[in-house]
Design a protein around this ligand. Structure first.
Ligand code: NOJ
Length: 552
C-alpha cells in the first residue's frame, strides 16, 4: 500500500491522478449556439484519452440564470437546457467510464442562485420565517434600516448585502451574498440545508459520478456574530499568524459538514472523492480540510500563486508536501483554472507580480513567448511531482489568456461589480480552438462563440499541434505518458539541489532539473534525456526557463 514519507497509508485513484478541468461553456459546442454543452464534451472525450489524463472535473452545468457562469445554481438535480439534459449527463458519465475516465462534478453549497425555489420562497415569506432561515437575512442598520447589517464586501466588489423589497412594495430585510447579488449565501446553521445537500450528493452518486469538487469550501459557516471586517474582501482567507481570521472564511464549523459528507461517500461502492476549493493559507491550515475523516484533497492555490523563482518553488513544494503528509493526504498541484489568469500569460508578467484579476486592453501586457516558455517548464516540473495534478482545458495547447478582450464583451460579474476596476476572469474562459481553419476554430459548427476568440487562436489549435514534435500538446502527451509509466504520481520526492537558480530532484528513477537562472547548466552526466520543455543548447546544456526529465 502506498504510504506518505511518515508512513500514512494513501489510497484511492485520485492520489496520483491527472485530472482535467472542463469548463462546459467553453469546451465544445454541439449545436452551434456559441455555448459549449454536454453532448459537445461527450463527442470530444477521445481527445482526453489521447492526451492521457485519468479524470475530468466538470464545472457546473445545472439550471442557472448564469449570473456567475453557472456557479449560481437554481436546481441541483438537473441540467440547464443551455448544456443539454439529464440524459446527456448520464450519457457523458457512461461514455467517460467506458474509456476509463473518472468524472468529478462541481458542488456549489455556499450559495444558491436567487432563482432557486428556496430563495424565491424566502422572498415571499415574512422575516423570521422558516423559509428565510435557510439563508442569511438580517434587518438593516440605522433608523430606517437602510444601512447594510455589517461592512462585508462581496468578493466580486461592492457590498455583500442586498436589500429586499417586501411583497407590499416597502423596503425589507437584507440578505448576505459573498459573491454576486444573484448568489445568496445559505445558512449552514439550519439542519434543513444539511439534509438537502446530503440528498444532492446522493442524487449524483447514484448517477455514477466519482466525486465532487466543492466550491468555496472554506466559506459555508460564518462567525455567528457576523462581526464587521474592515479589510478589503478577498476569497483568500489571508490567515497570517499575527492577524485575526476573517469572520466569513475558514471557520471551525465547516469541518463537521465534510465529516458528514465523507461518511456518505464512504457508504457508496467504489472510490469517490471530495476535493476542496478552499482559498486557505497557510498550508497547515488547508491541511485541516483533508484530515482522514474529511475531504480527500484540496486544491493547492499556494503553489499556483508561487513566484517563478527557484527559492519560491522549492519552498512551496516542500511546504505543500509536508503539510499534506502531516495529515496523511495526497498533495495536489495546479497552475491554471477558470478563475485565474492562464499560466502561459501569468508567467509572462514580471516575476513576483501579485495575482492579477484579469488583464485587459490598456493593462501592461504579458510577454507571450516568455510566458509560454516558463509555462512549459512549470508544467513539466509540476507533472513530475508526487501527488495529483489538475489541468485546465486549453493549457495542453499552451493557450494564453485573452488579454485584449473588448470590455463590452465581458461577462464576469467582477467587471461591473468592481466599478470597472477589475477586469475579471473572462480572459481565461474563451472557447478553446480545435481546428485552425474551421468556424469558431472547431469549437462548434458555427461561428458563434459566447466570448470572442482572438485571431491568434488558429496557431494554438489542436490540429496544428497534434503529432508536431516540440508542440505544447505533444509535450503534455509525452509528460503524461511518462508520468503514468514511471508512477510519478505515487512516487516520492528527494531533493538533489535547491540553489538560487536551479532545482533538481529525484522521483523514482527520474531526475528532474529546472533552470530558473541566466546561466546554462549541464544535464547530469551520462543521463538519458526523456523530456525537455524546450530544446537544449547545442552543447547539451539546459537553457534558462527549461525543465528536463532524465534517467541517470
Ligand atoms: C469559486 C468558483 O471557482 C468561481 O468561479 C465562482 O465565481 C465562485 N466560487 C463563487 O461560486
Amino acid at each position: 500500500m502506498q504510504q506518505t514519507p511518515s508512513g500514512h497509508p494513501v489510497t484511492g485513484w485520485w492520489t496520483e491522478a491527472s485530472i482535467y478541468q472542463i469548463y462546459p461553456r467553453s469546451f465544445a459546442d454541439s449545436d452551434g449556439d456559441g455555448v459549449g454543452d454536454l453532448p459537445g464534451i461527450t463527442a470530444r472525450l477521445d481527445h482526453l484519452v489521447e492526451l492521457g489524463v485519468d479524470a475530468v472535473w466538470l464545472s457546473p452545468f445545472y439550471p442557472s440564470p448564469q449570473a456567475d457562469a453557472g456557479y449560481d445554481v437554481a436546481d441541483y438535480r438537473d441540467v440547464d437546457p443551455l448544456f443539454g439534459t439529464l440524459a446527456d449527463a448520464d450519457k457523458l458519465i457512461a461514455e467517460a467510464r467506458s474509456r476509463g475516465l473518472r468524472v468529478i462534478v462541481d458542488l456549489v453549497p455556499n450559495h444558491t442562485s436567487s432563482a432557486h425555489r428556496w430563495f424565491q420562497a424566502a422572498l415571499s415569506a415574512a422575516p423570521g420565517s422558516a423559509e428565510r432561515s435557510r439563508y442569511i437575512f438580517r434587518d438593516g442598520l440605522g433608523p430606517t434600516g437602510d444601512q447594510p447589517p455589517n461592512d462585508w464586501q462581496s468578493v466580486f466588489g461592492g457590498p455583500a448585502w442586498t436589500r429586499t423589497v417586501d411583497p407590499d412594495g416597502q423596503p425589507g430585510q437584507w440578505y448576505l451574498h459573498l459573491f454576486d447579488t444573484g448568489q445568496p449565501d445559505l445558512n449552514w446553521d439550519n439542519p434543513e440545508v444539511h439534509a438537502e445537500f446530503l440528498d444532492v450528493l446522493r442524487f449524483w452518486l447514484d448517477r455514477g459520478v466519482d466525486g465532487f469538487r466543492v466550491d468555496v469550501a472554506h466559506g459555508l459557516v460564518k462567525q455567528a456574530d457576523l462581526a464587521d471586517w474592515q479589510e478589503p474582501q478577498e476569497i483568500l482567507s489571508g490567515n497570517e499568524v499575527d492577524k485575526p481570521r476573517p469572520p466569513m472564511w475558514d471557520q471551525e464549523g465547516v469541518h463537521e459538514i465534510y465529516r458528514q459528507w465523507r461518511q456518505l461517500l464512504d457508504s457508496y461502492p467504489g472510490e469517490r472523492v471530495l476535493v476542496a476549493e478552499a482559498w486557505v493559507e497557510p498550508a497547515e491550515r488547508l491541511a485541516r480540510y483533508v484530515r482522514p475523516d474529511e475531504m480527500h484533497q484540496a486544491f493547492n492555490f499556494e503553489y499556483l500563486l508561487a513566484a517563478w523563482t527557484a527559492p519560491a518553488q522549492y519552498a512551496v513544494i516542500t511546504r505543500s508536501l509536508e503539510a499534506t503528509d502531516s495529515v496523511g493526504a495526497p498533495t495536489t498541484w495546479v497552475l491554471s483554472n477558470h478563475d485565474v489568469v492562464r499560466h502561459a500569460s501569468r508567467l509572462g508578467l514580471p516575476v513576483g507580480t501579485a495575482r492579477p484579476n484579469g488583464i485587459g486592453i490598456g493593462d501592461p501586457q504579458p510577454d507571450a513567448a516568455l510566458g509560454l516558455r516558463r509555462a512549459r517548464a512549470a508544467t513539466l516540473l509540476m507533472l513530475a511531482l508526487p501527488g495529483s495534478a489538475y489541468l485546465y482545458q486549453g493549457e495542453e495547447l499552451g493557450l494564453p489568456e485573452h488579454t485584449t478582450l473588448p470590455d463590452e464583451a465581458r461577462q464576469d460579474p467582477t467587471w461591473a461589480r468592481s466599478g470597472h476596476t477589475q477586469r475579471g476572469r473572462d480572459g481565461c474562459r474563451v472557447p478553446i480552438p480545435w481546428e485552425a481553419d474551421a468556424p469558431s476554430y472547431g469549437f462548434g459548427p458555427s461561428d458563434a462563440s459566447w466570448l470572442p476568440q482572438p485571431p491568434l487562436w488558429a496557431e494554438y489549435a489542436l490540429d496544428r499541434q497534434r503529432d508536431v514534435p516540440g508542440s505544447t500538446y505533444e509535450l503534455y502527451r509525452t509528460a503524461l505518458r511518462l508520468r503514468r509509466a514511471h508512477g510519478l504520481g505515487r512516487g516520492t520526492l528527494e531533493w538533489l539541489s535547491s540553489g538560487d537558480e536551479v532545482l533538481t530532484f529525484r522521483n523514482g528513477e527520474l531526475t528532474v532539473l529546472t533552470n530558473f537562472g541566466a546561466t546554462p547548466v549541464p544535464v547530469p552526466a551520462g543521463a538519458e534525456l526523456l523530456a525537455s520543455s524546450a530544446p537544449l543548447h547545442d552543447d547539451g546544456t539546459v537553457p534558462t526557463d527549461v525543465t528536463v526529465w532524465v534517467r541517470a
